[in-house]
Design a binder for this molecule. Structure first.
Ligand code: ZN
Length: 698
């Protein structure tokens, strides 16, 4: 949208800008960061036509606009919220706002509409509409200056030092509004001295010093660049050209917030696969000795298979070990697999299962510390930093979810908002009031929230840019829907199970095509659930886990029933941590239908490939008494805004794809968007009434 090329500017004989080039694309927030006197304001003034450039060009949408008058620039779609606010103290808030629309010669009606829009964005201004601007607080004056610029409905909003002279809390509020504006699609050029703030809300950034651009790039990369950080912190290394350049340019007075915590690293120390395997073998041998001495259950179990701790001399020996199953845990209720004396156990957690006895797991303090550390690693992989606010909407209590999410969040140094599940009204209130940037929940809950945010038209008023969700499968279309309705938030699927510490044993990386799992804490095998034989990398099967340092309730070849596959090779994200595909289902919830084994997730996948269908569906399986034939009926929602008239076409396409890809026929029924029940926990999707017949038959 905006392209500045080789811009120079002089004040009399003194040169203030030296060939500055800068690009702003539509919809982007670009930060221009620099110390006092670096030339930031001169650049802005040149852009607005307040200072005539002595060289270079300014292009707006490819057309030259260099040296145009300020009024002309406003009509072309630029609006400036100036440094120092420059509100008119003797005029009321409303009168100040009207000034922002003058160059556009708005009709009275348009003017009123725009004022209402500004008031909707800044409720504090609405409350003070008749108050004189001179009596407002600094933060309110800043809001007024921004509101006045918005009166022109700018295509490019220029914000000059919005945080200057404001208290940190007020600065928070102003930056939250900037993020909301960005999410609403406003293109923003943000001029700031506060580098950390500016980098954390922008997509790209330029660092200006002594009238020259000295660094530019993606804001997240700049924020994490050690050399720049060193420079910001004033300990510029003379070995680092970037740092010394910035140091010389006087940028060292800029501070990052919570600098020490920003530097924490929860990734493993090993550099090669060999080092990881050596670590794993040590852990496996330790675990065998630990359970041999600590658990009569495991000792009997191992002896029964002819194994002693000494039998394990390489990782290949893993396949000699007997499996542990959910039944073993239930049989040994209430403290199964316990391998330490009770005085070392500091907590228990249990599965939320409703059938049979619950699976109860014991934790030592070291187990909790390990869990905290690798959960912090999950947050780190998702890019969560101490500047984030994490709203935790998963259950707290005897089942593990909430506790893990919270421990890891606090370890990273982010701010935890421990809400727990449900209570949609309160969740939304907190998203608005606290401007939470990360939302953690089940996929069903995330969808429920997304639809509610959409219904209330709040997508551009919340600040969530990451959603960490787990504990159930999610289809591609469900993920897409959640992200869209949350205003483009990035989704991270987190894995885990109570038996294995809890959630947080792996997470999707920023490349979004795999789950990285923590191979330094547990071993992962994939077996054929029928033959129980290990499967090669890349093949789908049941996930089996063996812990490497768990003290309270270690797991040896525990059958999780989750279906996934190991992905061979390194991830394109560069992490050395091994990876598997997203969980596709459970080996015990495969649908057997007319002799075909179907994972419910394959129906997810097929439906999400048919444009026009929504993300919610139900599978109803029935048996015809007289013929004994099984019958499958799929009830699927139309996507939002898809006309009912397209029903026949959508039914035909979905039916055709099911037949083609699964080799079975299903009857399809389309229902309106939003008509299937949503739940905060796992939504029930499979309704199988054939069960009694099957028990009779077998
Ligand atoms: Zn990756």
């Amino acid at each position: 949208m905006l392209k500045i090329d080789g811009l120079t500017a002089h004040y009399g004989a003194a040169q203030a800008l030296f060939g500055v080039s800068l690009d702003v694309a539509t919809g982007e927030t670009v930060a221009l960061v620099g110390a006092n006197g670096a030339g930031k304001s001169t650049l802005l003034k040149a852009l607005m036509g307040l200072v005539k450039p002595s060289g270079g060009t300014i292009l707006l949408d490819g057309k030259p606009v260099t040296g145009r008058s300020p009024a002309r620039m406003v009509r072309l779609g630029l609006a400036l919220s100036p440094e120092g606010r420059e509100v008119f103290g003797d005029l009321s808030v409303q009168e100040n706002l009207k000034l922002g629309g003058i160059p556009l010669r708005l009709s009275r009606k348009d003017e009123d509409t725009r004022i209402e829009e500004v008031f909707a964005r800044f409720p504090k201004l609405s409350e003070r509409s008749q108050q004189l601007a001179g009596t407002l607080s600094g933060g309110e004056q800043q809001m007024l200056a921004m509101g006045r610029a918005l009166m022109a409905k700018p295509r490019l909003l220029l914000l000059d030092e919005p945080s200057l002279g404001l208290a940190p809390l007020i600065t928070d509020e102003i930056f939250a509004i900037i993020q909301q504006l960005a999410r609403a699609g406003t293109t923003i050029l943000l001029i700031e001295q506060n580098a950390a703030r500016a980098l954390s809300v922008s997509d790209h950034a330029y660092l200006l010093a002594n009238g020259r651009i000295v660094e530019h790039g993606q804001s997240s990369a700049l924020l994490n660049d050690p050399a720049l950080r060193a420079a910001f912190l004033g300990s510029a290394s003379h070995d680092s050209p970037a740092a010394s350049r910035l140091g010389a340019a006087g940028l060292t007075n800029i501070r990052l917030e919570k600098p020490a915590m920003q530097e924490q690293d929860f990734m493993p120390a090993f550099q090669t696969e060999d080092e990881l395997q050596a670590h794993q073998l040590k852990g496996l041998q330790w675990t065998l000795r630990h359970v041999w001495e600590g658990s009569s259950f495991y000792r009997q179990h191992l002896e029964g298979a002819g194994i002693t701790p000494e039998s394990i001399t390489s990782l290949d020996d893993l396949s000699k070990l007997p499996f542990t199953t959910a039944d073993d845990l239930r049989d040994d209720y209430p403290f199964p697999l316990r391998s330490v004396p009770f005085e070392q156990i500091v907590r228990i957690h249990a599965s939320s299962g409703t059938t049979g006895k619950r699976k109860v797991l014991s934790y030592t303090q070291k187990d909790l510390d390990d869990w905290t550390d690798f959960f912090a690693r999950c947050y780190q992989m998702a890019g969560v930093t101490p500047l984030d606010r994490v709203q935790i909407a998963v259950g707290y209590g005897v089942w593990t979810a909430g506790a893990g999410f919270q421990l890891g969040c606090e370890k990273v140094g982010a701010m935890a908002v421990p809400v727990g599940p449900g209570n949609i009204d309160m969740q939304i209130q907190f998203l608005l009031d606290f401007q939470s940037t990360v939302f953690c929940s089940t996929a069903s809950m995330a969808l429920l929230m997304a639809e509610e945010i959409h219904r209330r038209g709040l997508a551009d008023k919340i600040a969530v840019d990451k959603i960490i969700y787990g504990s159930e499968r999610s289809s591609v279309s469900m993920r897409k829907k959640i992200s869209e309705l949350f205003g483009g938030a990035e989704l991270f699927d987190i894995t885990g199970l109570t038996e294995l510490y809890g959630p947080g044993t792996g997470i999707e990386c920023s490349d979004h095509d795999c789950i990285h799992y923590w191979g330094d804490y547990y071993l992962l095998e994939i077996i054929d659930p029928e033959t129980l034989q290990p499967l090669p990398d890349g093949e789908w099967g049941e996930m089996v886990v063996t812990t490497l340092c768990k003290e309270g309730s270690p797991l040896i070849r525990y059958r999780t029933r989750d279906i996934t596959r190991i992905l061979p090779g390194r991830c394109s994200c560069g992490s050395i941590l091994p990876r598997h595909s997203r969980i596709r289902g459970r080996s015990d919830d495969t649908i057997k239908f007319r002799g075909v084994n179907i994972y419910p997730s394959s129906i997810d996948t097929i439906l999400s490939q048919v444009p026009g269908l929504g993300s919610e569906y139900q599978i109803h399986l029935t048996r015809d008494e007289s013929s004994g034939r099984d019958h499958m009926r799929l009830v699927v929602e139309r996507a939002e805004d898809v006309a009912a008239a397209r029903g026949a076409e959508l039914i035909h396409e979905a039916g055709h794809q099911i037949k083609k890809q699964l080799l079975v026929s299903a009857e399809l029924e389309l229902v309106d968007y939003g008509s299937l029940p949503r739940s905060e926990r796992k939504s029930q999707r499979v309704f199988d009434t054939r069960l009694e017949d099957e028990i009779v038959e077998s």
